[in-house]
Design a protein around this ligand. Sequence first.
Ligand code: UDP
Length: 237
Amino acid sequence: MKKSAYKRVVLKISGEALAGKKGFGFDFDVLKKIALEVKDLIAMEVEVGLVVGGGNIWRGRTGEGMDRSTADHMGMLATCINALALQDALEGMGVMTRVQTAIEMKEIAEPFIKRRAVRHLEKGRVVIFAAGTGNPYFSTDTTAALRAAEIEADVILLAKNVDGVYDKDPNKYSDAKKYDKLSYIEVLEQGLQVMDSTATSLCMDNSIPILVFGLETEGNIKRAISGEKIGTLVCKK
Ligand code: UDP
């Protein structure tokens, strides 16, 4: 079995990815596929923290005309639904997991406690971080950056629908150029669609590398973890 280039990772899965081609709710084949890939990482003795988005169910900005905090609370609850779906898919394959939420709901999941999260990771359990940061006006990208800093992850694996970062939308422009490597400042200055600026700044301030890659190609998470040159690496240049 290939060795991992990283010991501890945060894998960020957007809510959208869980919906597959349906665009809303769950595509159970996608859930299964992600769970299988995470299972491979555990077999490679990689410690995996998962941060999941909520866009397949609800995003704060969907609630036009609503109170922003209320709409964002709904978004954070959406991430909890997704976390339970991922937990179920993983445990169905024999992978041990814990869901930890930033908003207490102790009948359903543990509250986020850093030291406890680290202990779970050391024992080979996948920790699924749900309910975002627990605060409105933030995103699950920022959650990934925050949890990665807290648990001292080596890298954030940012699984996307595109296979890296481009200078323009590759679905619209055939001459779009893919970047192999970018600095945080380049991402911020050029407004590249990697993470939102809060998340990117947090990664920059804490020197957390971000590897952006496509989820669609099977085995890509494993490739990313093995140090194969895929996607785009955002780091200190
Ligand atoms: N959210 C929030 N605070 C957080 C994380 C998420 O308020 O710390 C809300 C916000 O409304 C966001 C929604 O939860 O739109 C879903 O998260 P996100 O849009 O990041 O999900 P993704 O785009 O990754 O599916």
